[in-house]
Design a protein around this ligand. Structure first.
Ligand code: AMP
Length: 280
């Protein structure tokens, strides 16, 4: 395929992907909510480099928003998204309507995330991960056997998706992709489109704080460093929602540095909610 093919019917996509699989072609899948930026495109580039074909979906998933206002304000830039994707080869854009993703015979049964859903994002966005798992479950049902690409920017989401694959027994391999940043260090995000220049500068305190944490790892234990990092964050003018240092695998609050850890931050820049993290 020399140009991107756009499909909006789940049945049509299933048929197309089965045809590819019958020809022994491998498939990469990159789910997104659109307002595409270089971070999304890096996932697609990796998917295309590791597979014969890639499917990128654009679907603003209503079930993962816990505020109607946030859902309404989520940037939708389909025209420029199409331009960014137009010359992609061996690529299918899945652009479904709600009824294609949530059919009347939807067989989704929610899973128990144990504490993964009650801390950090789960604590501040009740129901969010159930919505994420629901939409990813229904996409995985449509796409079938593939490698699926997710960004480490959404660290907790990635951890939950890694848990859901064996839970639902999907024939899918999850590939974690690094966070792409602006030259300033600000993590690329669709939500950055809602920040003016001054706000983008203020938002840098998030990455600066993550670097502060990484830079002080050798001289402080995680609890002391958490307190110091929260103080450091106050030198900026964003409103901190949470800053936590947790175990990379279990997401338990870190007490020592014996296993790999991650520092996760969520903060509000005016009314734009931003998240970022750094591996330690
Ligand atoms: P979203 O459209 O925000 O739902 O993101 C779709 C996918 O792109 C998710 O797997 C995100 O983790 C990933 N993603 C978002 N921002 C970035 C970034 N700056 N770098 C790499 N991946 C990203």
């Amino acid at each position: 395929m020399s140009e991107i093919k756009i499909v909006s019917s789940a049945k049509e996509l299933e048929a197309l992907l089965n045809k590819f699989r019958n020809q022994q072609c491998s498939i990469g899948f990159v789910p997104t909510m659109g307002a595409l930026h270089a971070g999304h495109l890096s996932l697609l580039t990796t998917a295309l480099s590791q597979n014969d074909f890639a499917v990128i979906s654009i679907f603003v998933n209503p079930t993962q928003f816990n505020s109607n206002e946030d859902l309404a304000k989520y940037p939708r830039t389909l025209e420029s998204d199409l331009l960014l994707l137009s010359n992609k080869q061996n690529c299918i854009l899945f652009l479904p309507e709600i009824a294609e993703v949530y059919p009347s015979n939807d067989c989704f049964v929610p899973m128990d995330f144990s504490r993964f859903d009650s801390i950090m994002e789960g604590k501040y966005r009740p129901g969010h991960f159930n919505g994420v798992v629901h939409v990813v479950h229904n996409f995985f049902k449509i796409i079938g056997e593939c490698k699926a690409y997710f960004g480490m920017k959404d660290f907790q989401q990635l951890a939950i998706i890694k848990k859901m694959v064996p839970h639902y027994n999907f024939p899918i391999e999850i590939i974690a992709c690094p966070t792409l940043r602006e030259a300033s260090g600000l993590a690329m995000s669709s939500r950055n489109a809602r920040l003016n220049k001054k706000e983008q500068e203020s938002a840098l305190i998030i990455y600066e704080t993550l670097l502060f944490v990484a830079g002080n790892k050798l001289i402080m234990n995680p609890p002391s460093l958490t307190i110091a990092a929260k103080e450091f964050f106050k030198s900026g003018d964003l409103e901190l929602e949470y800053l936590e240092i947790v175990d990379e695998k279990t997401l338990e609050t870190a007490e020592d540095w014996r296993t790999p850890k991650v520092c996760c931050i969520a903060a509000h820049c005016n009314n734009v909610r931003l998240i970022d993290n750094i591996l330690l």
